[in-house]
Design a protein around this ligand. Structure first.
Ligand code: 4AD
Ligand code: MG
Length: 483
C-alpha cells in the first residue's frame, strides 16, 4: 500500500532493484565526484542517501533541491560505499513536489532551540528530535491499548463535555453557545444557563473517572484514554491545559491490586518502547547527553536507556504518606531549611518533596499511599480510624517518578453510600448534580479502584525531554493555542 517507506528500504538487501523514494530533503552536498541528497520520510530517524553523478541533473532542477523541499527519487537500490549506511539510491530521475526557499524556510540543518521550534510547531515534526518523539508517543499509545486489551480490559469512551467537576478543583473550561456579549439573564440578574445549549452549565472534562466507574461497575475492568482539560494557570514544565490521560477502573480491586496494576502497566509500556523504539531512544539519549554536557557531572541525568532499564527492573518503593512525612522531617534538607515549602503532616506534597523522596532518598520510583483525607478528592475510600496516622486518611496512591514527580494519581473508591454522601456534603458538592454517580452505591455497589496516568508525563520521562510542551504535537498552555 502506498510507496515503500525509507524504514523498509534501509533494511533491505540491495539487488539493483529499481525503487521510488518520496520524502523531504534534509541536506544536499555536492562534491567533485557526486551529488549526495539525504532524504527522510518520517518513517524512521534515519535518512536514505540518494546519489547522482556531477552534471547528471540539470542545473535548474538541482537548484530546487534544497533542505526542506519534497521530492521523488527514482533509481536503483545499491550497496553503499560510504560509511553510516548499507544501501543508497543511485539516482535516475528526480521529481520536485514542493520547493522550500532557503531564504525563508526556517528549518536549516543546524541546531535550533526548543523554544524557537515551539514557535514553528507546524514544521517541527520534520526535525530529528520531534520525529523521534512523535514515533515514541505513538508506540507508547499503542502499548497502552495492547496492555489493557491483553489483560481483559475494555476501552470505554467517556464524555469530553461534562456538567461535573470530578476532581473538585474547579479549574475547568466552560463550554457554551450563549452570546457572551449579551447573555440571557434570570430574575436575579444572573446568567441563565437554562437557555444554554445543554440547558445547564457545562465544561470540558478534567477526568473520565466518574463515568469510568460506571463502566467498571458493569464490565468489571475498563480503561479510558482521552483528552482532559485543566484551566489551572500553571506555567511549569510539567503542566498542560490539554493533556491525555489513561484511566483504568476495576471492580473488585483494592488498593494493593491497584498499586500492582499501576506498576506492572508502566513497566510494560516502557519495556515496549525499549523494544520497539531502539533507534529513536538511542538518538534521544545522545540528544540528552549533548544538552547536559555543560552541566557539572553530579547534576547530569543518568543515560536515558540505563534510566529506563533501571525503572523496568527495580521494584517501586511503597510507603504511606505518613512515613514519607517522617522521612522528610528527618531529612538534612528540612533541617537546613532547604525546602521552599514547610513540611508537616497534612500538607499537600510539593514537587520538591516528591523529588527529594524519589531522587535523593530512595533513588527509584515510589508509590505513596494513605494520604490525609482533606487534601484528596471526595470519592476516595476512607481508611479505618485505626490507621497509624495523626488524622483521617484515604486509600489514595500516587506514583512518583525521578525527574517528573507525580506521574500517576489514583485510589480505591468509596463504595459505601452513606460515607460517600457525607463527603459530598462536606466538600460542598450538590448531591443532585451527582445523583447518577451516587446511585451506583445504592444498586449493587462493589469495592473498586482505579488511577490516572498523565500520558505526556510518561512521554516526558521516556524521551528524556525537559519540558512537557515538547512531547505533544501542538501544546496548549496559558496564552498559547496557535496551531
Ligand atoms: O492526579 P490527577 O488529578 O487524578 C485524576 O484526575 C483522577 N481522576 C485519576 C483517576 O484516579 N482516574 O491526575 C492524574 C494524572 C497526574 O498524576 C498527572 O500525571 C497527570 O494526570 N496530570 C497532568 N498532566 C499534564 N498536565 C496537567 N495539568 C496535569 N494534571 C494532571
Ligand atoms: Mg494527583
Amino acid at each position: 500500500m502506498g510507496p515503500v517507506q525509507i524504514k523498509q528500504l534501509i533494511n533491505s538487501t540491495p539487488v539493483g532493484e529499481s525503487v521510488e523514494v518520496k520524502g523531504w530533503v534534509r541536506t544536499k552536498r555536492e562534491s567533485k565526484n557526486a551529488i549526495f541528497i539525504a532524504l527522510n520520510d518520517g518513517s524512521t530517524i534515519h535518512t536514505i542517501q540518494a546519489v547522482a553523478e556531477p552534471g547528471q541533473l540539470p542545473d535548474d532542477l538541482l537548484r530546487l533541491i534544497t533542505t526542506g523541499s519534497c521530492i521523488k527519487v527514482t533509481g536503483q537500490l545499491v550497496a553503499s560505499l560510504g560509511s553510516g549506511q548499507s544501501v543508497e539510491v543511485k539516482i535516475q530521475d528526480v521529481q520536485v513536489y514542493g520547493t522550500a526557499d532557503p531564504e525563508v524556510y526556517p528549518l536549516q540543518p543546524k541546531k535550533h532551540s526548543l523554544e524557537f521550534l515551539r514557535e514553528i510547531a507546524h514544521l517541527r515534526p520534520r526535525t530529528n528530535t520531534f520525529g523521534a518523539i512523535l514515533r515514541l508517543r505513538h508506540t507508547l499509545a499503542y502499548a497502552v491499548h495492547k496492555y489493557y486489551n491483553d489483560n481483559g480490559f475494555f476501552y470505554l469512551h467517556t464524555p469530553i463535555i461534562t456538567a461535573s467537576d470530578a476532581e473538585g478543583a474547579g479549574e475547568m473550561f466552560r463550554v457554551t453557545t450563549l452570546d457572551m456579549y449579551n447573555p440571557p439573564k434570570d430574575e436575579a440578574g444572573k446568567i441563565d444557563f437554562k437557555e444554554d445549549f445543554f440547558g445547564r452549565e457545562t465544561n470540558l472534562t478534567v477526568s473520565g473517572q466518574l463515568e469510568g466507574e460506571l463502566g467498571a461497575l458493569a464490565l468489571s475492568k475498563i480503561y479510558t484514554f482521552g483528552p482532559t482539560f485543566r484551566a489551572e494557570n500553571s506555567n511549569t514544565t510539567r503542566h498542560l491545559a490539554e493533556f491525555w490521560m489513561i484511566e483504568p477502573e476495576m471492580a473488585f480491586f483494592e488498593l494493593q491490586d491497584n498499586m500492582d496494576l499501576a506498576e506492572d502497566f508502566v513497566k510494560y509500556v516502557i519495556r515496549y518502547a525499549l523494544e520497539h523504539c531502539a533507534d529513536d531512544l538511542a538518538f534521544l539519549e545522545k540528544r540528552q547527553a549533548e544538552e547536559e554536557k555543560n552541566k557539572p557531572q553530579n547534576e547530569r541525568s543518568m543515560p536515558l536507556l540505563e534510566k529506563l532499564r533501571f525503572v523496568v527492573d527495580s521494584p517501586f518503593e511503597r510507603l504511606t504518606y505518613t512515613e514519607a512525612i517522617d522521612i522528610l522531617v528527618k531529612s538534612k534538607a528540612h533541617k537546613e531549611k532547604k525546602f521552599q515549602y514547610p513540611v508537616e503532616w497534612g500538607i499537600d506534597l510539593q514537587s520538591e518533596h516528591e523529588r527529594y523522596l524519589v531522587e535523593k532518598h530512595f533513588k527509584k520510583p515510589v508509590i505513596l499511599t494513605n494520604y490525609p483525607r482533606e487534601i484528596k478528592a471526595f470519592y476516595m475510600k476512607q481508611d479505618d480510624e485505626s490507621a497509624a496516622a495523626p488524622g483521617p486518611t484515604v486509600r489514595a496512591m500516587d506514583v512518583l517518578f525521578p525527574g517528573i514527580g507525580e506521574i500517576i494519581g489514583g485510589s480505591q473508591r468509596e463504595e459505601n453510600y452513606e460515607k460517600l454522601l457525607q463527603r459530598v456534603h462536606e466538600v460542598g458538592i450538590e448531591p443532585e448534580s451527582l445523583w447518577w454517580y451516587l446511585e451506583t452505591r445504592q444498586f449493587g455497589t462493589a469495592p473498586h479502584a482505579g488511577f490516572g496516568l498523565g500520558f505526556e508525563r510518561l512521554v516526558l520521562f521516556v524521551s528524556g525531554m525537559g519540558n512537557i510542551r515538547d512531547v505533544i504535537p501542538f501544546p496548549r498552555y496559558p496564552k498559547s493555542a496557535e496551531f
